[in-house]
Design a protein around this ligand. Structure first.
Ligand code: 13P
Length: 284
């Protein structure tokens, strides 16, 4: 499989000041909608699978589909594990040809997160695979926690420096106010914190939970040093909205190609819109 290590894609983005999509795939329609959108925009692409998606699709099917997708593509593509939870899962993905992995030890105390991440970086780098890690805790979508509690979970800039020095990760996911899934209101991002982290640490930074974040805020975060923007929910919603619309307008509809095809087109259109915001068009 002709995959590119994520570090190659993100280091260029960091040097030139734009971001690349870490777009989650959940089935064939997602993969096709996403890669076709990126190809049309001539953009590099990070295709990512959560552990849940690997379980749903099956590892062999993920590999087969991605191999077919990248066989004739002209854009650089990385295949990345999103939120790997253990050394074993990470190793399984590396063994199967992933060009990048995330190890998420953000729920561990700092020293343990460092220790576990360091071991993974050592093994991954030995075979040319990139590593993303996370420091600080992403919010849930519930708003019933206090401001102090919310900020206590944000990434501490000095800890981020220590973490990167001791682990050697290629990219760092930081907590500055985003959350996975659907927001109740607009999220409030801590741009000052992002700016401080980037000043202390000039490596590619990752924004998780970017669905539903106002586009102006995403652009501002990129201008302050975010180089990878993770999106899943926005594509799920685009696909499902299209399918719902078709079901509502035609009760006789039963051929999956007649609703999954348009759903896939809706994902592709959303991908192209996101790539314009990220600034990665024509950077392939
Ligand atoms: P959203 O589903 O909120 O876009 O988050 C995706 C993500 O961060 C994957 O790691």
């Amino acid at each position: 499989m002709k995959l590119v290590p994520m570090a190659e894609i993100l280091n260029k983005a960091n040097d030139e000041g734009y971001a690349v999509g870490g777009f989650n795939i959940n089935n064939l329609e997602f993969l096709q909608g996403i890669i076709w959108g990126a190809e049309e925009k001539n953009s590099p692409l990070i295709l990512q699978t959560s552990e849940g998606a690997i379980k749903y699709i099956g590892m062999d099917y993920v590999l087969g589909m991605v191999e077919a997708a990248v066989k004739n593509t002209h854009i650089p593509v990385a295949l990345h594990l999103d939120h790997g939870s253990s050394f074993e899962v990470v190793m399984k993905c590396i063994r199967n040809g992933y060009s990048s992995v995330m190890f998420d030890g953000s729920h561990y105390p700092l020293a343990e997160n460092i220790e576990q991440t360091r071991k993974i970086v050592e093994a991954a780098h030995a075979v040319g695979v990139s590593v993303e890690a996370e420091l600080g805790r992403l919010g849930g979508t519930e708003d019933d926690i206090s401001v102090d509690e919310r900020e206590a979970a944000f990434t501490d800039p000095d800890e981020a420096v220590e973490f990167v020095e001791k682990t050697g990760v290629d990219a760092l996911a930081i907590a500055i106010g985003t959350a996975h899934g659907v927001y109740k209101g607009d999220p409030e991002l801590d741009f000052e914190r992002l700016k401080t982290i980037k000043e202390k640490l000039n490596i590619p930074l990752v924004l998780h939970g970017a669905s539903g974040v106002p586009l102006e805020d995403v652009k501002k975060a990129i201008s302050l040093g975010i180089n990878k923007v993770n999106i899943n929910t926005d594509f799920q919603q685009a696909f499902t909205a299209k399918v719902r619309e078709l079901f509502a307008s035609d009760e006789e509809l039963y051929d999956p190609r007649k609703y999954c095809g348009p759903g896939r087109e809706a994902i592709k259109a959303k991908v192209m819109e996101k790539i314009d915001v990220l600034g990665s068009a024509n950077k392939a």
